[in-house]
Write a protein that binds this ligand. Structure first.
Ligand code: SAM
Length: 198
């Protein structure tokens, strides 16, 4: 059965305290690329969707004016908030891709290793919602298939993950009014897409 949002939230609640300790080289490579490509300036507000324990949000808060992180897992958000203690330009709260519960500006939107929890119709809705913020840049790091549909990957669990092909993601992004300025494969099953406004 396809996991629901509540299933995903419960799964991440359960692993939140150990999440930062797990060794995942493909994830780590995607995270580094997302942080580098987002490249916020001192005036920029960044929205990080599926922020988890805030790894990307906190790194970007070093240079951005403000970073807002949203996630469905209270456990993951508790970790993020604890790591953000004493920092006044980063905030975290409950929100989902298709309803981020954030109405402010977003100059740059980022998401790393989270969108693949949605099916392709939901991904399209999420990208349409992201586009409505009118960000100048959206950086998406995630599981994504570059070459067919592989069946095994130690960092990919088909029971809970539903990655799209790169082609499908590019179509969703361009349909939402973005142009694709970079696609960086990390493996044939993961990579980073940079989408910008025309
Ligand atoms: C693998 S973690 C990645 C966390 C973080 N982006 C990072 O790079 O470390 C995926 C996160 O996506 C969140 N997530 C899953 N489905 C979501 C949804 N529909 N909306 C928002 N967050 C979601 C999970 O709760 C989890 O914290």
């Amino acid at each position: 059965m396809t996991p629901t949002i509540d299933d995903h939230a419960a799964r991440f609640d359960a692993k939140a305290t150990a999440y930062d300790d797990s060794e995942r080289p493909v994830y780590a490579a995607c995270a580094s690329l997302v942080i580098a490509a987002a490249d916020p300036g001192p005036e920029d507000v960044v929205l990080d969707l599926g922020t988890g324990t805030g790894a990307i949000a906190l790194a970007l808060a070093d240079t951005a004016a403000r970073v807002v992180g949203r996630d469905i897992s209270e456990g993951m958000l508790e970790q993020a908030m604890s790591k953000a203690a004493g920092r006044d330009n980063v905030s975290f709260g409950i929100g989902r891709f298709r309803d981020p519960a954030y109405e402010g500006p977003a100059d740059i939107v980022v998401s790393n290793y989270a969108l693949h929890h949605l099916d392709d119709d939901e991904k399209r809705e999420a990208i349409t919602r992201i586009s409505a913020y009118d960000p100048r840049r959206f950086v998406l790091g995630d599981l994504m298939f570059f070459d067919g549909y592989p069946t095994t990957d130690p960092e990919h669990d088909p029971a809970v993950d539903d990655p799209a092909t790169v082609g499908a993601l590019v179509t969703m992004l361009t349909d939402a009014g973005f142009i694709i300025t970079d696609v960086s494969p990390v493996t044939d099953q993961a990579g980073v897409i940079v989408a910008e406004r025309r």
